[in-house]
Write a protein that binds this ligand. Structure first.
Ligand SMILES: Nc1ncnc2c1ncn2[C@@H]1O[C@H](COP(=O)(O)OP(=O)(O)OP(=O)(O)O)[C@@H](O)[C@H]1O
Ligand SMILES: [Mg+2]
Length: 224
């Protein structure tokens, strides 16, 4: 027996005077680098800027996530997704909403959008050509997040898996579970689907350019 489930929803928009900017992309796409550059840019303009990242890796839940990502603790992948949500809720109420209320610019290294490509992979992946299957999984994940404010601007740093892998090798980062090449390719596929599915939420930026060019492209796409 098949059931047909179909409905329209909007995401929760930012009602506060502050601006909520997010940088998204696969590992090694340059998110952390660009978050710092944007902070410098806004501070030079005299704006109050608050930087956050997801997962926060701080506090009880954040530290637990950190240990799981480093492979020190093993939990079922669905449990990790719930932990991401819990960490996000803490970050949302403790940092994001108060900053937006004050009128600050909040710049976040990832947000709930990351949970779709990464969460789908954690659940064993999907066939992205099978739209019904992807929507079911993605909406299952999204339904947990309708209570969170969607960013005013989400910059997606689009980059080839080859370039991202090269950069990550250069960093000699601890071998976190998501940084393996074939996983990056699947995550990139997830982002491609996401950008296509939510075209108004993402501003696609060519992340393969030199750092300053990427920053310039992001700034050029923000309202004056
Ligand atoms: N535009 C760029 N051109 C060349 N190298 C870059 C560029 N942006 C960042 N890098 C370098 O690539 C590496 C990864 O960058 P960064 O840490 O900003 O990526 P990230 O998206 O935050 O990665 P992760 O998801 O693993 O945190 C760093 O060594 C950084 O200096
Ligand atoms: Mg980073």
């Amino acid at each position: 027996m098949n059931y047909h489930v179909d409905f329209d929803i909007d995401l929760k928009r930012n009602p506060y005077k502050g601006k909520y900017i997010v940088v998204e992309g696969i590992d090694g796409s340059g998110k952390t680098t660009q978050v710092e550059k944007l902070k410098e840019y806004f501070e030079k303009k005299g704006k109050q800027v608050v930087i956050v990242k997801e997962p926060t890796r701080e506090g009880e839940i954040g530290e637990l996530i950190d240990s799981i990502l480093q492979g020190k603790i093993k939990v079922p992948s669905v449990a990790l997704q719930y932990l991401y949500s819990a960490d996000r809720a803490v970050n949302h109420y403790k940092n994001i909403i108060p900053s937006l209320e004050k009128g600050s610019i909040i710049i976040s290294d990832r947000c709930f959008w990351s949970s779709i490509p990464y969460g789908i992979l954690d659940r064993g992946g999907v066939d992205y050509s099978n739209t019904a299957q992807v929507i079911l999984v993605a909406h299952g994940i999204l339904s947990m997040y309708h209570q969170f404010i969607v960013p005013d601007y989400t910059f997606y740093l689009k980059i080839s898996v080859e370039e991202a892998t090269k950069r990550l090798h250069g960093m000699e980062k601890t071998h976190e579970i998501y940084e393996k090449r074939e996983k990056l390719a699947k995550i990139a596929e997830g982002y491609k689907w996401l950008v296509k599915q939510f075209p108004k939420e993402f501003v696609v930026v060519d992340g393969g350019q030199p750092v300053t060019k990427v920053t310039e492209e992001i700034i050029s796409k923000l309202p004056r």
